[in-house]
Design a protein around this ligand. Structure first.
Ligand SMILES: [Fe+2]
Ligand SMILES: [Fe+2]
Length: 238
């Protein structure tokens, strides 16, 4: 079936007519780009000065980005070091290694006090205090295992050091069990009380027998070195 060509729309004719009035023609009646009365298309901002970046431009930009990143990293590291020093400072200022560890024992018992003061409805508070206890005991274990117990073995107290190290394994077991158990169950606080009894026995054995034994075997210079080594280990976790 033959189709009738679509008539030109008025819009198309009017547009062409308008263009004819504004666009210049040459002697043969052809349109030229010169002499038009229409305004030139506005240049995009910066287009005149935009050029393809050279390798040296890219190197300079990369250098600036790396410098900014390094500056940010330095600020972050400085803040992290300051925070670590603040966390370790109570231990550092408590005195020699044995006094410092005793101070940490007392702080640990204060966290147990706070946990035992909670009720079964305080599950969020229990979780937060447990996290606090876990951090304190992880730092304390590193200070003892990586410095003090090692010094005990070097001083001929390997059996005692291994016994204390074995106790630390069960400290981790308590922390794991308390993390996994429902915080609102009566069994949870019963486990906390059992944990407190066991860790108190361990701490008193360190404070009253095994740490004084080690301190007496070391020279003042060696005790000083052990204090520095213990604080260095603490800073790793602080
Ligand atoms: Fe210990
Ligand atoms: Fe301890």
């Amino acid at each position: 079936m033959a189709t009738t060509p679509a008539p030109r729309t008025r819009t198309t004719s009017a547009k062409r007519s308008a263009n004819a009035k504004t666009e210049a023609r040459d002697d043969d009646g052809r349109f030229t780009n010169e002499g038009t009365t229409s305004a030139p298309a506005p240049k995009r901002a910066g287009s005149a000065s935009r050029k393809k970046p050279t390798r040296s431009d890219l190197n300079a930009t990369t250098g600036q980005m790396l410098a900014a990143g390094a500056a940010g990293l330095a600020v972050g590291l400085a803040a992290n070091v300051a925070r670590k020093l603040a966390v370790q400072s109570p231990t550092y200022f408590a005195g020699e290694w044995d006094e410092a560890l005793k101070a940490e024992h007392e702080l640990t018992l204060k966290v147990f006090d706070a946990i035992e003061a909670t009720t079964e409805s305080n599950t969020t508070k229990r979780s937060m205090l447990l996290a606090n206890l876990k951090h304190m005991l992880t730092k304390h274990a590193l200070e003892e295992e990586n410095a003090v117990y090692a010094a005990m073995r070097d001083a001929g107290e390997a059996e005692a050091a291994d016994h204390l190290n074995n106790d630390h394994g069960y400290v981790k077991q308590y922390l794991y069990d308390l993390t996994m158990m429902p915080k609102d169950s009566p069994a949870w606080i019963a486990k906390v009380r059992q944990f407190r009894a066991d860790i108190t026995k361990h701490m008193r054995e360190e404070e009253t027998t095994l740490f004084p034994l080690l301190k007496g075997k070391l020279t003042p210079e060696k005790n000083k070195e052990l204090t520095a080594a213990m604080n260095k280990e603490g800073l790793k976790i602080a």
